[in-house]
Design a protein around this ligand. Structure first.
Ligand code: R5P
Length: 300
């Protein structure tokens, strides 16, 4: 018990200074619970309000995707450059060091492989396990316009309900089927539905025209999906355009881990996302890091 003799009695309640009602730096998150905001802050850097999320969850329907055959060898060395990692619980438990301190966005739906109808997904993780693994968010595929549209929306709303109970955000991932146009109208529809139905973060593709209307129309942060492998300068340009038009960062997979120099690429993406470094300059930065890496390898 504290000593109560000679206790200093002078107190200062700063009565003339109103208590601050601090907002929160992420769109749509200012009225969320503390735990949920804390988890979001592990994904989105407070200084920039953006994230470089590394997506490596492809195996949940594609199996051993090129670049992800040995996650322990190719991905673990990249973790120090990622603000967040998107992966399955199988990879998290088996391969990702528990000392990884940044955000984990856990793939929480699945079911069909690439050989079947992909929209026929179910919830694949119990909220107890998400909490047990201390994840920062759960990711759910939402197939607007897909054959099992309602089922995937229902997967999302159930995860949102469970997540709200425990302070775990849900990221709605808009899946674009082969026959769907990746235009602002479609992406605006899909992202808005995810946010309206409770997702605290939405992941979607970039489109060349009107992407700013997609981000503006979505009341929660949007992270840009990478998509198929592009030339490095093109991928950096796409990331630059997306964040310039309101994306709160990227969730990129193949454009990082299938790059000739993944460590250089993820750092260049980081420059674009967090400092809005112009794409050509970020590409030069990538080439410099790649050159240093190649020279270090030759010396060995
Ligand atoms: C997409 O819906 C899944 O989450 C993917 O496995 C992942 O996001 C794809 O990343 P990328 O298209 O950048 O390789």
């Amino acid at each position: 018990m504290a000593d109560i003799d000679d206790v200093k009695e002078t107190k200062n309640f700063f009565v003339d200074t109103p208590a601050s009602h601090e907002g929160f730096y992420l769109k749509g998150a200012h009225q969320l619970d503390w735990g949920m905001r804390n988890r979001l802050a592990r994904i989105f850097r407070p200084e920039s309000g953006r994230t470089v999320m590394l997506a490596i969850d492809h195996g949940y329907f594609l199996g051993p995707t090129t670049g992800l055959e040995r996650i322990d060898l190719t991905i673990v060395p990249l973790l120090k450059y990622a603000d967040a990692l998107m992966c399955t619980r199988g990879i998290l438990r088996s391969t990702i060091p528990a000392s990884f301190g940044s955000g984990v966005v856990m793939r929480s739906t699945g079911g069909p492989s690439t050989l079947k109808e992909l929209s026929n997904e179910q919830i694949a993780v119990d909220i107890d396990d998400a909490v047990r693994m201390n994840v920062s968010a759960m990711a759910v595929q939402v197939h607007i316009g897909g054959e099992f549209e309602t089922q995937t929306v229902h997967n999302m709303t159930r995860l949102v309900d469970m997540g709200l109970r425990y302070g775990v955000p849900t990221m709605g991932v808009t899946a674009v089927g082969k026959d769907m146009a990746r235009d602002a109208r479609y992406l605006g529809l899909a992202t808005r539905i995810c946010a309206e139905l409770g997702a605290q973060v939405v992941k979607t593709y970039y489109c060349d025209s009107g992407f700013d209307t997609v981000t503006a129309g979505c009341p929660v942060p949007i992270v840009m999906a990478g998509g198929k492998k592009l030339a490095e300068l093109d991928a950096l340009t796409m990331a630059y355009n997306a964040v310039s038009q309101g994306a709160a960062g990227v969730d990129m997979g193949r454009n990082i881990f299938q790059s000739d120099a993944p460590a250089a690429m993820i750092q260049a993406v980081g420059k674009v996302v967090h400092t809005l470094m112009p794409p050509k300059q970020a590409y030069d930065f990538y080439l410099t890091l790649r050159g240093e890496h190649d020279r270090a390898l030759k010396k060995k």
